[in-house]
Design a protein around this ligand. Structure first.
Ligand SMILES: CC(C)(COP(=O)(O)OP(=O)(O)OC[C@H]1O[C@@H](n2cnc3c(N)ncnc32)[C@H](O)[C@@H]1OP(=O)(O)O)[C@@H](O)C(=O)NCCC(=O)NCCS
Length: 160
């Protein structure tokens, strides 16, 4: 079967406060460890944050939150609706976030991901991220703890 790809009419756009209800709904539906409404609100109003989304027929299908740090940028959240996965939406959001981080002159794009999240790790590796280290037991996982993988993508030629 041919791989479905992102519809040509679906383009990343900068999300605004009006998009908060859609963000809350998508995060609740698609993220096992969802951000709260307050966290999503704060991202939308924080001038250091760049919140990108992709919509089909005005319904949010995926979003990603990028933050500008003093020297680097960080991907803090990315979620795609379960029925819209494996169409390249996360990859397109990531590519646009990388372009934004380059525009900020960030040296690297950083992220943390649960060691068990093989889908996300596959997306990041495909975008060129490398693993820099592990934070042992960083995340709560039910009654136990789970490691975080620290990953990064160098953005400035010659810096790794
Ligand atoms: C992780 C997530 C954002 C990926 O979104 P997506 O739009 O489905 O990803 P893409 O379609 O861009 O995938 C690109 C490539 O990554 C790899 N990939 C993506 N999902 C995968 C999976 N479940 N298993 C294996 N590889 C996967 C594949 O190589 C895929 O390309 P292919 O479909 O041509 O094989 C999505 O699964 C999700 O929302 N998960 C829940 C929230 C989450 O875990 N967020 C990350 C927190 S750090």
């Amino acid at each position: 079967m041919a791989r479905r790809t992102v519809s040509l009419t679906m383009r990343p756009e900068r999300l605004e406060l009006d998009d908060l209800p859609g963000l809350v709904a998508l995060e609740g539906e698609g993220q096992p460890h969802p951000w709260s409404k307050a966290q999503l609100h704060n991202a939308l109003v924080d001038e250091r944050a760049h919140v990108l989304g992709m919509k089909a027929h005005a319904v949010l299908q995926g979003f990603a939150v990028f933050y500008r740090l003093p020297f680097e940028a960080e991907l803090q959240a990315i979620t795609v609706a379960p029925q819209a996965r494996r169409q390249g939406i996360a990859s397109v959001l990531l590519a646009h976030g990388i372009t934004q981080a380059r525009a900020w002159n960030s040296e690297r794009l950083l992220l943390e991901v649960r060691a068990s999240n093989q889908a996300a790790i596959a997306v990041y590796r495909r975008a060129g991220f490398q693993q820099d280290g592990v934070r042992r037991g960083y995340y709560r996982n039910g009654a136990g703890r789970e490691d975080a993988w620290l990953m990064s993508l160098p953005l400035v030629a010659g810096k790794a």
